[in-house]
Design a protein around this ligand. Structure first.
Ligand code: COA
Length: 569
């Protein structure tokens, strides 16, 4: 079918639908919801069989939904209505929640139901639920709705009692009452607003929005007043509640130019005076089970700042020094890695210098993975990855990927960044020149099956996000029971041969030369793109890589690129 995705932005769910619908043979194009006239124009140009709205902030114009079948993906069960469905579900502590595919009608979220799915509501942030349970349920429901449409079936009128329209959640609804709220309530309030808009509060004399909250398990003095900032750990500060404390990992200053930052960075002066608790808020952990070392690195939003990369490298070295034969790089639950921490770079006194430090720290990590020849290294990609994060994963000997993962293996959208992490060495090593060209030039998200076929991954796991770590552990155990001598011997030979033919240092020097131009050169594209990304400046038009109807179909995978093909490297 010809499917037009109409969306406010190309967010994780829209990307997943884009990948999954394309891979099932549908003809998919995308239009951002700029205004009614642009939507009408897109429909006239693409002539879709159906329009799907996975993520909209406004109603679909009547001129469109009255003349074309339009499916709206609502992140709530049948009968639920309103713009902040998931926020309310978390605040209300619902046990189960759902996703409904409705037909667009004049009244918002009130159309007949084409399909729905339900899931258990995990205690997690709104964005984590959205990226995992909601996205997986939405894709399944959309596919069912499309099948029904193809078979000529009709949607069902809602029989469940409508909960009625629930308005937007206000800051008052989420406000933390430090004198009365228990830890669980504080966590729920912050999770309901994470990633956006955050929970507004005043702490250490500053008005900020809270994100990235976790329970604090340190022993505490009950006499301390709730609301008091107690200590620090990694990026987080701990705040006392009536029955314990919470770690707040990230905050955003409540001003127009506020950037989401680690709490200890946002309160740099005040937090320096706090007691540091090692391992209180843990973003890196190493577990060695029999012959396998599992390295978890769960950085907020997958963003890896200079210090994160250095800390991770140090724990990686500990893993390498252990007796384990296999090292599994687990990344985080939601994100494996999204590369450089663009927020920290944006907030730095010199963003160019910080970018430079950050990319070299990423490269050090990538290099350490590549140069480790006495362990078999696996990147277990259970969460999404983007830009340098994808190539960091590829530095391992094998990439095991969960089928629900979406990769964005390109740097170019960030103001024509050249990219580093040794991608110019790694891509030719693991894929063909044509595949490398496709990966680096397409500037499109990619599902796990496509990643497998293009050589960005080696093994597919069908498990969902909660079963993935167990499946990885079982597979790693099986591998550990084999004799790895031959594999490791071949690995050493290949590394030595590669080094002889072209030293790693020259790949690094060439990539960093280009990156230096991106950071310090006369073309400010990277700095502008980063500013827009961090501040979420809405796009004024749909990129032609996505709007197939505007680009001409065969242009999708052949945009001009600063990347050279691997044959030119
Ligand atoms: N640095 C800082 N924050 C990042 C980040 C990064 N590298 N990558 C993602 N994020 C943040 C986003 O700002 C967003 O923040 P929010 O919680 O305030 O909403 C959150 O992570 C989710 O990202 P989003 O863009 O909404 O996710 P997505 O699934 O729609 O898109 C990507 C995924 C990878 C395409 C997109 O996040 C991206 O382009 N990231 C930048 C990658 C990059 O260029 N890295 C630098 C070069 S190595």
């Amino acid at each position: 079918m010809r499917i037009l995705l109409l969306c406010h932005g190309f967010n994780s769910l829209t990307q997943k639908l884009f990948c999954d619908l394309n891979s099932t043979g549908h003809d998919v194009s995308v239009e951002f919801d700029i205004n009614d006239a642009v939507t009408e124009e897109a429909v006239a140009m693409f002539k879709p069989d159906v329009l799907i709205a996975p993520f909209l902030k406004r109603a679909i114009p009547a001129s469109v939904h009255e003349n074309l079948k339009c499916f709206v993906v609502h992140p709530g069960p049948p009968g639920d209505r309103g713009p902040n469905a998931l926020d309310w579900a978390i605040l209300d502590d619902a046990e189960t929640w759902g996703v409904t595919v409705l037909q667009a009608v004049a009244e918002l979220d009130a159309g007949p139901v084409w399909a729905s799915r339900s899931f258990a509501l995990r205690p997690a942030s709104k964005s984590s639920l959205y990226r995992n349970e909601v996205s997986e349920a939405a894709v399944a429901a959309v596919i069912e709705a499309l099948e029904k449409l193809e078979r000529g079936q009709s949607p069902e009128q809602i029989t469940e009692k409508l909960s009625g329209w629930r308005p937007s959640v206000s800051q008052v609804d989420r406000q933390v009452d430090w004198q009365n709220d228990e830890t669980e309530t504080v966590l729920r309030k912050i999770r309901s607003a994470d990633g956006m808009p955050g929970v507004l509060d005043e702490v250490l004399g500053k008005k900020v929005y809270f994100y990235d909250a976790r329970p604090c398990h340190e022993a505490l003095d009950d006499a301390i007043e709730p609301g008091t900032v107690l200590m620090r750990s990694g990026p987080a500060i701990a705040i006392k509640t009536v029955d314990g404390a919470v770690w707040i990992g990230h905050v955003r200053k409540a001003s127009k130019d506020g950037v989401k930052l680690p709490a200890t960075r946002a309160f740099a002066t005040q937090s320096a005076a706090l007691t540091e608790v090692s391992g209180g808020y843990r973003d890196i952990s190493l577990k060695i089970i029999r012959d396998v070392a599992y390295l978890h690195f769960d950085f907020y939003n997958g963003a890896m700042g200079t210090d994160d990369c250095r800390r991770l490298l140090s724990v990686f070295r500990t893993a390498v020094a252990s007796d384990a034969n296999i090292l599994v790089l687990m990344g985080g639950r939601d994100h494996w890695s999204n590369g450089l921490n663009l927020n920290l770079i944006e907030a730095a006194e010199s963003p160019a210098e910080e970018s430079w430090d950050n990319i070299r720290a990423m490269d050090d990590l990538s290099e350490a993975i590549i140069r480790t020849t006495d362990k078999w290294i696996i990147s277990a990609v259970g969460g999404n990855a983007g830009a340098g994060g994808v190539f960091l994963a590829r530095a391992a000997d094998e990439v095991w990927i969960r089928s629900g993962v979406v990769l964005n293996p390109h740097y170019k959208d960030m103001g024509n960044l050249y990219g580093s992490e040794y991608w110019t060495y790694l891509l030719p090593k693991f894929t063909s020149a044509e595949n490398a060209r496709q990966i680096t030039q397409a500037r499109l998200p990619m599902g796990a099956h496509e990643a497998l076929s293009l050589g960005l991954a080696d093994r597919l796991f069908e498990e969902d996000h909660s079963a993935f770590p167990g499946a990885v552990a079982a597979a790693a155990d099986r591998l550990a029971s084999e004799n790895l001598t031959d594999r490791l011997c071949t690995k050493r030979k290949v590394r030595a041969r590669d080094e002889l033919s072209k030293p790693l240092a020259s790949y690094r020097a060439r990539e960093l030369e280009q990156m230096h131009k991106n950071f310090f050169g006369f073309d400010p594209s990277y700095h502008v793109a980063r500013y827009n990304f961090v501040r979420k400046v809405p796009k004024s038009r749909t990129p032609l890589t996505l709007a197939v109807h505007r680009a001409g179909k065969n242009k999708r995978r052949s945009q001009p690129s600063i990347f050279r093909t691997t044959s030119e490297l």
